[in-house]
Design a protein around this ligand. Structure first.
Ligand SMILES: O=C(O)CCC(=O)C(=O)O
Ligand SMILES: [Fe+2]
Length: 166
């Protein structure tokens, strides 16, 4: 669900609007300052994982991501990550292949409950959401911050993620 469908009065929108939260995240990441996204669709989104939904192992293009959990799936829907599996200088294809082949050494499962705020380096930490099962969906939000002002998705990505560009 895109940002423009989330009412301004909701707690998640108020959390996103709070400079204290933005500055807290900057401090955790050791950055002098962060900006909220200017994207009308992607600044904050809500993701619902229903029975069988998953997100396979991947790296993000953005350096870091911030998520807030609302509801954990009845079963599965775990966030697994491997911190620093690659770096800007070293793609570590062999290490990536090991994890893809099912080697769980070095993989961490994030403890999660409603309200969990997660900040992770998705560009260097490979991560996934395991398949969910049961009737309770997994519901969370991704909050987008960046080091540059005026962040927007390009049209291709907006269409891919939200099925529309405005
Ligand atoms: O839902 C999550 O916990 C992670 C989402 C994610 O990895 C992504 O959107 O790239
Ligand atoms: Fe990701």
């Amino acid at each position: 669900m895109a940002y423009d469908r989330i009412p301004e009065s909701t707690p998640i929108r108020r959390l996103y609007a709070a400079d204290e939260v933005k500055d807290f995240i900057a401090a955790v990441l050791g950055k002098p300052r962060l900006y909220r996204s200017d994207d009308p669709l992607d600044a904050v989104m809500i993701a619902v994982f229903r029975e069988g939904d998953e997100l396979g192992w991947h790296f993000d293009r953005s350096e870091f991501s911030v998520t807030v959990m609302y509801l954990d799936a009845e079963e599965g829907g775990h966030f697994d990550y491997y911190p620093g599996l690659r770096s800007d200088d070293d793609s570590n294809y062999a290490g990536v292949q090991q994890v893809l082949d099912g080697d769980s050494a070095g993989v961490i499962r994030l403890p999660s409950s409603p309200g969990t705020l997660a900040i992770f380096h998705g560009r260097h930490a490979m991560h996934r959401v395991t398949p969910t099962s049961g009737s309770t969906p997994r519901i969370n939000s991704v909050l987008t911050y960046g080091e540059d002002s005026g962040m927007r998705l390009n049209e291709l990505t907006a269409d891919l993620f939200y099925g529309r560009t405005q």
